[in-house]
Design a protein around this ligand. Structure first.
Ligand SMILES: Cc1cc2nc3c(=O)[nH]c(=O)nc-3n(C[C@H](O)[C@H](O)[C@H](O)COP(=O)(O)OP(=O)(O)OC[C@H]3O[C@@H](n4cnc5c(N)ncnc54)[C@H](O)[C@@H]3O)c2cc1C
Length: 382
């Protein structure tokens, strides 16, 4: 057993950290306050290979694995969770769905520009009436000559307003239940396909979360992604990988909050000494650091399993996502507490971590749903 990262992985961590500290950190609060999608850093993220981390070079990707991907998401999210989620939804949801289920022609046409960072990707499964119960999808796709005609509305699509390519799920055969849902590749500008309401959020405010609507949207037959009727089962496989990235997002923010708490505790003086001298604060920091490290082990274990490609990692990715996101919420809460009143004030980073981390217990399956997934695996249920 070897817990060390390779020299290349350490270099990747250094370069993503340098980018995040230099080009993200100075703008974090300005983007958050204005709910500004940081479109200006997308070309640089593309140049660094971060918009195609897990895809082979022949498809425009960086040819790296999930461990490398987790390093990148962790480092971006340590500074700004919004940047982390933008990159995560692009890579492990939209692009990966095309990589895993696309034809060669679809990969050449859609995956290559996504992985090169020339296009931005989004993935639309959730609907107003179909969240945890995503099999309850209502959007429809009916065949008409050489086209599928899509109607319906998706909600909470990350990158919805900025996506050039969107993978969306719609019902093609109502009688077949979850085996009657198919996946489609949509392009920005297709008539009848447009983003709707942009959500005004508690946290992750620099990321875009939007409605996406289809109104008699005609999609060429060749844009069906994967076998007809298998879009929902395909989505569950995509979420196995996606949950590792949400776990990494939580881990990065927890690490950022821990560091902010340590720094503040060392410099804040009360009763004539740094508050880090009080055992009550030291115990909080020790608990936070231990939980972050335990989360890190679960997250990197899940990524390592995903890289082996010959094993299922549904249970481990759900465990990593469940544990890391709940840890991140606890750590961000203690970070605010250690900051006292200043933890409530926007001049300090604590309040933003506190707002942002909450998404991680909800997106790509709530904590309750992760527990159902884990229990099903334990009990051998389908
Ligand atoms: C910022 C943000 C970004 C997102 N990005 C995307 C995206 O890019 N693409 C996409 O498709 N979706 C996205 N989502 C949607 C997200 O995945 C859903 O919000 C999530 O799956 C929960 O669905 P819901 O909000 O409808 O909650 P509900 O399903 O209504 O859940 C409400 C509560 O009931 C609980 N609950 C539901 N069913 C059960 C059950 N069987 N047992 C126990 N408890 C249960 C839940 O755990 C939760 O506590 C995003 C959401 C947010 C907030």
């Amino acid at each position: 057993m070897d817990f060390t990262f390779s020299e290349e992985q350490q270099q990747l961590r250094r370069s993503v950290r340098e980018f995040a500290e230099g080009e993200v950190r100075p703008h974090v609060m300005e983007w958050d306050e204005a709910s500004h999608f940081p479109i200006e850093i997308m070309p640089k993220l593309g140049e660094m290979g971060l918009l195609g981390v897990i895809f082979p070079e022949e498809y425009g990707g960086a040819g790296l694995g999930y461990v490398d991907y987790v390093i990148a998401i962790e480092e971006l999210s340590r500074v700004d969770g919004s940047v982390g989620i933008i990159v995560a939804a692009h890579n492990s949801l939209c692009s990966n769905h095309i990589f895993k289920f696309g034809t060669e022609a679809q990969k050449k046409k859609y995956l290559v520009p996504l992985a090169q960072g020339k296009h931005i990707g989004a993935w639309s499964l959730t609907e107003p009436g179909a969240g945890s119960d995503a099999g309850g999808t209502r959007s429809t796709a009916r065949r008409d000559g050489n086209f599928w005609v899509l109607n319906g509305a998706k909600t909470f699509t990350t990158n919805g307003h900025y996506a050039d390519t969107c993978v969306a799920m719609a019902v093609t055969d109502k009688e077949k239940g979850s085996h009657g849902i198919s996946a489609f590749i949509l392009e920005k500008g297709m008539p009848g396909f447009k983003p709707g309401k942009k959500e005004n959020k508690l946290g992750m405010r620099a990321s875009d979360t939007s409605e996406v609507t289809f109104s008699d949207c005609r999609v060429p037959l060749e844009n069906l992604l994967g076998p007809e009727g298998e879009g929902f089962t395909g989505s569950l496989k995509i979420l196995d990988g996606g949950r590792i990235s949400i776990a990494a997002l939580a881990l990065g923010m927890a690490q950022g909050a821990l560091e902010a708490a340590v720094n503040y505790a060392k410099q804040r003086k009360q009763f004539g000494q740094a508050i880090s001298e009080f055992q009550a604060i030291q115990f909080k920091l020790a608990d936070m650091a231990t939980e972050v490290e335990a989360a890190r082990l679960l997250v990197y274990q899940a990524a390592w399993l995903a890289d082996r490609r010959d094993v299922r990692f549904t249970r481990e990715s759900s465990m990593a996502k469940l544990f890391a996101s709940e840890v991140a919420v606890r750590v961000a809460n203690e970070c605010v507490q250690i900051h006292g009143g200043y933890g409530f004030i926007k001049d300090y980073p604590a309040e933003k971590y506190y707002r942002d981390v909450k998404l991680c217990t909800i997106g790509e399956g709530t904590s309750e749903i992760q527990k159902l997934v884990i229990a099903r695996q334990l009990l051998g249920k389908k």
